[in-house]
Design a protein around this ligand. Structure first.
Ligand SMILES: NC(=O)c1ccc[n+]([C@@H]2O[C@H](COP(=O)([O-])OP(=O)(O)OC[C@H]3O[C@@H](n4cnc5c(N)ncnc54)[C@H](O)[C@@H]3O)[C@@H](O)[C@H]2O)c1
Ligand SMILES: O=P(O)(O)OC[C@H](O)CO
Length: 372
């Protein structure tokens, strides 16, 4: 029986690793690489030495630098391009999708700086496709560990349960297990927000602070992540799962994390520009800070950790002075629980209720998009 054909656009660290996951799960994988020589190395040498040194790629994974060849006959399309470059790359993809109804899967964990849009929203706008066709994958997924076949779990989310299940069935193998949900907002924002907390952890690591500081930031960071995501329409339990807490733990603990590494360099005293120069892979958190804070202010959500990360990035706060977990709104003692759990009219909860009422009133006059 012929193997199902899938396309993976983006042959960086995560795109190539995900291509291997799919190939090891039994798919015939065609990667699209930006550079011809990289496509050649993957196709002929079964290696991607720049991004995955020491990893042998499967025989049923090939590569091209022609988009049309990559997309030809694809039954599912996976995309792992740095978030700020997604929109421009999709311009070339749209005319090639033609009448295809193949699910489109975002593997990315950023928001667009200019618009504050999540990657599934950029896909929906640029490809003008039904949101039910779009899925996102997220979770504690450090590429190199998965490429080394360490057992790992992830979540596939789509507003369509059917799409989520079809993608999850394809994107699994003996070392990679996929769960499903329909909370696209929570799943995507989990991946975006944990990057920002990982930058904070890197900063305090670089400064030389210890485990108490880091545990405090991780714990308070999860509260910030949950408040923010719920205010945007996410289900709080998604943030307790693989796409929230799971990914937060992996990214904050691992030296493999680029966000964590970027933070560490900042904590050691390098400027933002020096850090960007040193990073040869995508650290999404650096570009997501400003749009996330903008959305947070609009929604009335407090994000003291992310605020202080921004100040360090802007050079207006000495990394040594960072203590975001000690910041409170009014310096009055407060409870530890999230605003939406605390009762007493938390802003995030109030806005979520207002939004639900709006949706209810507007029912039938506009699609709810990717809300579950
Ligand atoms: N690496 C991981 O462990 C991992 C895990 C899960 C999710 N992700 C997410 O996957 C996405 C891609 O990350 P990655 O690790 O593969 O990054 P990477 O830096 O390793 O690769 C980025 C890819 O984007 C491509 N690209 C296309 N046009 C570009 C342009 N104009 N500018 C820059 N790059 C361009 C590059 O060629 C490359 O293939 C990110 O959103 C990241 O958060 C990464
Ligand atoms: O290397 P990072 O910081 O982009 O993190 C990679 C993955 O998102 C971890 O799940």
């Amino acid at each position: 029986m012929a193997m199902p054909r899938v396309a993976v656009l983006g042959a960086g660290s995560w795109g190539t690793t995900f291509g291997k996951v799919l190939a090891d799960g039994g798919a015939d994988v065609m990667m699209w690489a930006r550079r011809a020589e990289q496509a050649h190395e993957i196709r002929e040498g079964k290696r991607n030495s720049q991004y995955l040194p020491g990893i042998n790629l499967p025989r049923n994974l090939s590569a091209t630098h022609h988009l049309a060849e990559a997309l030809d006959g694809a039954t599912q399309v996976y995309i792992a391009i740095s978030s700020q470059a997604l929109r421009q790359n999709l311009k070339g993809v749209r005319p090639l999708l033609g009448g295809s109804d193949a699910p489109i899967v975002s593997l990315m964990k950023g928001v667009e700086k200019k618009t504050g849009l999540r990657m599934s929203q950029v896909l929906e706008h640029e490809l003008r496709c039904d949101p039910a066709r779009i899925a996102v994958a997220s979770g504690p997924n450090l590429a190199l560990e998965i490429a080394r076949q360490h057992p790992t779990a992830a979540v596939i989310s789509s507003s369509s349960q059917e799409t989520a299940e079809a993608v999850a069935r394809r994107a699994r193998n003996r070392y990679f297990r996929t769960f499903v949900n329909t909370d696209v907002i929570g799943t995507e924002f989990g991946g975006v927000l944990k990057n920002l907390i990982a930058v904070a952890i890197g900063i305090v690591d670089g400064v030389g602070y210890g485990e108490n500081t880091k545990a405090s930031i991780i714990t308070r960071g999860l509260v910030e992540m949950t408040d923010f995501a719920v205010a945007q329409g996410a289900q709080p339990e998604t943030l307790q799962g693989l796409a929230g807490l799971g990914d937060l733990i992996a990214t904050c603990q691992s030296p493999l994390s680029r966000n964590n590494t970027a933070g560490r360099l900042l904590g050691q005293g390098y400027s933002f520009h020096e850090v960007v120069k040193q990073m040869d892979q995508t650290a999404e958190g650096l570009a997501s800070v400003a749009p996330v804070l903008h959305l947070a202010r609009e929604a009335g959500v407090q994000m003291p950790i992310v605020e202080q990360v921004k100040m360090v990035l802007d050079g207006t706060m000495n990394p040594r002075d960072i203590a975001p977990h000690l910041t409170t709104d009014d310096d009055e003692p407060t409870g530890e629980r999230t605003t939406n759990e605390s009762g007493g009219g938390g802003t995030a909860l109030r806005r979520a209720i207002e939004r639900a009422l709006d949706q209810f009133r507007n029912r039938g006059r506009g699609a709810a998009g990717d809300r579950s």
